[in-house]
Each structure stands twice: as structure tokens, then as C-alpha cells.
Design a protein around this ligand. Structure first.
Ligand code: OSB
Ligand code: MG
Length: 371
């Protein structure tokens, strides 16, 4: 295949409910939609889901646009490829910038699936027709406000709830949610907010009493050793997110026993191609995986859903319905979850229609490249 036109469009969507993590608060998101057009007119979409600020990773919307514009898209426009895996070879020499790569890689995959006339999930090797999903809840101003949010999502049918924690917002909210929902599948995510101190180890190990499914990324991204030490000390499984941006990081996690569950994020790992490789390696080592999210709009959400249909994704993924975050999505109809599952679409390519007119009318900026 040959891509003859590539467009990067910045779209901003307001969140229905403000979301706060250990690092920052947001009430809207700004993602970059990548639209590729092949020689024969086939279209593929991908989403660069980087946060605006460099707090989850070092990337920002600005850096992803720069790298896509100056490196990834020009390289892709020069490439001739038969399979999306070969397309990613075009930017093999670009180090880092995983979010930027992920949006372009996913667009290549949806383009290829569309050209083959198969659903993206099938193109990736997915086998499930529906995916169990959970929700991620941010830090709230009060424990009561958090309980209200959990109730809202439990009522919406979500069987797994993940709570964001941070030093000072951990045992107390977790104890309250556990008391109110004694049998629910609960897990916590610290986004690397804890220092590797004795006090932090004690607080985290103390969470064992709440029967959590996992504790996700308590320490900094590069700190595999503290994760390994905590995993040794805790009964609750440790899951890595920010630490694993490349397959080599997963090898390190396995070798050091720094985690026993992997959160695979398409954005964090640089696309569906590396995400598939991580899935395969984790599966070889009997490490359960689930698909994490970055509050994706419909395009990225559809890619996450397709990926989650692979057999190794044995834990609920963060692919809740679009409505958990957005009143208005960029795909029509939006991604919908019922009773804690999201159906994998059966149509070719992305399986959701991008509302192109709305995207163009609401774009903050748009840049097109042609061969
Ligand atoms: O760590 O999973 C995370 C959102 C922004 C940054 C980091 C994370 C998250 C989420 C969102 O938890 C989950 C979702 O997209 O539903
Ligand atoms: Mg996380």
C-alpha cells in the first residue's frame, strides 16, 4: 500500500465530569486525529491521545504534532508496504515519541483492515466478540463524592472499578469504597506518585486488606526495583503501566518480577504493532494483560476495543463507553457498553463511522500532507 495523503487534525472535547489523577486535573482533552488516504482511495483513521501536558509521559499534544509532521508522516508517505508491521519500519529510527507513533500506526492498521474488508479486531488476531470492561475514577474532592461516582458507574453496569490514588488519598477512600461495595472488582492506580520510602511501602502493603485485584504503578516509571520489592512484600498483584513503553521494559519487568500483571496501552507503547508484541510475550509468560486507556475519543477507543479482543486480555479493559467521558464523540454512533461489556464491531476497518464533517467543523487546527 501507499499512503498519498495524511491529515493531522486537533479536536478538543469537554469531559462530562472533571478527572483528577495524582499528577493533574482535566476538564477537557485535546487529541490529534490522523486520517490516511491510500492510492486507491481507502481511508484509515488513528488517534494520537497524548495529554496536553508532559505529566503522564514526556509527550504533549505539541510534541506529538511536531514529530508527526516533521518525521512520521513524511516517512510514511515515502514508504511502500504490504502490512502495517512494515509501515512502522518507516519510523524505526525515531526514538521515543510513542504517543505520536501510536496514532499513525493505528491509522495504518485501520487503513489496511479496511482495504482487506475485515474488522480491525480480526486483522489483529482478535477472537472475542465482546470485551469485559471497567471504569477508571479520578481523585474526588471528598470520599462522599467518590462514593457517588462509584455508585453511578456500578448502576451503569460496570463490574470493575479502578480508583486513582495518591499519597494522602489512599487507605481512607479505598476502605470506604470497599465497605460500600464488598464484592466489587476494585483496583487502584497511583500513576507513579509514591516515593520509594518505608512509609510508602507500609501504606501500599496495608492495602492488602481490601482485596484489590491489583495495585497499578505505585512508583516512578523507571523504578522497576521498588516495584519488585513491593511485589515481594504484598499479596495484591502489582501491575505496571508507565514503566513499560517498549518490549524491552516488559522483559525487564519479567526478569525482575517487578509486576505480575501488565496494562497494555496502545498509546504508551507506540501503537498496535508493539502492543501485539507485548501481548504475545506476556502470554508466553502467563502474565495476564488488560488494555488501559488515555480517555480516547471514539477512534482510539475503537482501536483499544479491537486490541482487547485478543485472547491474552483476560482482565477487564479500560474501554468503557464513550459516554463515561464525552457527551459527544467523534464517531457516530459512539462506543457503548452494557452490563460491563463492550461489543466488538463486525464491520470492516475501524467498525465505527468517523463524523468527518463534525470533526472538520470543530477542528482547532488541521494540517494535510501530500506526496
Ligand atoms: O494511568 O490509566 C492511567 C488517564 C490518563 C492518564 C493515565 C491513566 C488514565 C486512565 C484513563 O486511567 C482510563 C480510560 O481511558 O478510561
Ligand atoms: Mg495507569
Amino acid at each position: 500500500m501507499r499512503v498519498v495523503e495524511a491529515t493531522a487534525t486537533v479536536v478538543r472535547l469537554p469531559l462530562v465530569h472533571a478527572f483528577t489523577t495524582s499528577s493533574h486535573a482535566k476538564s477537557w482533552l485535546q487529541h490529534v486525529l490522523v486520517e490516511l488516504v491510500a492510492e486507491d482511495g481507502t481511508v484509515g483513521w488513528g488517534e494520537i491521545a497524548s495529554p496536553s501536558g508532559p505529566f503522564y509521559s514526556s509527550e504533549t499534544v505539541g510534541t506529538t504534532l511536531l514529530v508527526a509532521r516533521e518525521h512520521l508522516l513524511p516517512a510514511l508517505l515515502r514508504a511502500e508496504w504490504e502490512h502495517p508491521r512494515e509501515a512502522t519500519e518507516a519510523w524505526r529510527k525515531v526514538r521515543g515519541h510513542e504517543f505520536a507513533k501510536a496514532g499513525v500506526d493505528a491509522a495504518c492498521w485501520t487503513l489496511w483492515a479496511q482495504a482487506q474488508g475485515v474488522p480491525l479486531a480480526t486483522a489483529l488476531g482478535g477472537t472475542r466478540t465482546e470485551v469485559p470492561v471497567g471504569v477508571s475514577l479520578g481523585i474526588e474532592p471528598t470520599v462522599d463524592a467518590l462514593l457517588e461516582q462509584v455508585q453511578l458507574q456500578v448502576d451503569a453496569g460496570y463490574g470493575r472499578v479502578k480508583l486513582k490514588i495518591a499519597p494522602g488519598w489512599d487507605a481512607e477512600p479505598v476502605a470506604a469504597v470497599r465497605a460500600a461495595f464488598p464484592d466489587h472488582d476494585l483496583h487502584v492506580d497511583a500513576n507513579g506518585a509514591y516515593p520509594a520510602t518505608d512509609e510508602a511501602f507500609a501504606v501500599l502493603a496495608g492495602l492488602d486488606r481490601y482485596g484489590l485485584t491489583m495495585v497499578e504503578q505505585p512508583f516512578g516509571p523507571r523504578d522497576f526495583l521498588s516495584h519488585a520489592a513491593l511485589a515481594e512484600r504484598m499479596d495484591t498483584p502489582v501491575c505496571l503501566d508507565e514503566s513499560v513503553v517498549a518490549l524491552d521494559d516488559l522483559r525487564t519487568m519479567l526478569a525482575l518480577r517487578a509486576g505480575s500483571i501488565l496494562n497494555i496501552k496502545v498509546s504508551r507503547m507506540g501503537g498496535l504493532t508493539p502492543a501485539l508484541a507485548a501481548h504475545d510475550l506476556a502470554r508466553e509468560h502467563d502474565v495476564p494483560v488488560w488494555c488501559g486507556g488515555m480517555h480516547e475519543f471514539g477512534v482510539g477507543r475503537a482501536a483499544n476495543l479491537a486490541l482487547s479482543s485478543l485472547p491474552g486480555f483476560s482482565l477487564p479493559s479500560d474501554v468503557s463507553g464513550s459516554g463515561k467521558y464525552y457527551a459527544r464523540d467523534v464517531v457516530v454512533p459512539p462506543v457503548v457498553s452494557r452490563d460491563g461489556v463492550t461489543a466488538v464491531p463486525t464491520g470492516p476497518g475501524l467498525g465505527f463511522d468517523v463524523d468527518r464533517d463534525w470533526v472538520i467543523a470543530n477542528a482547532q487546527s488541521s494540517t494535510t500532507f501530500r506526496l
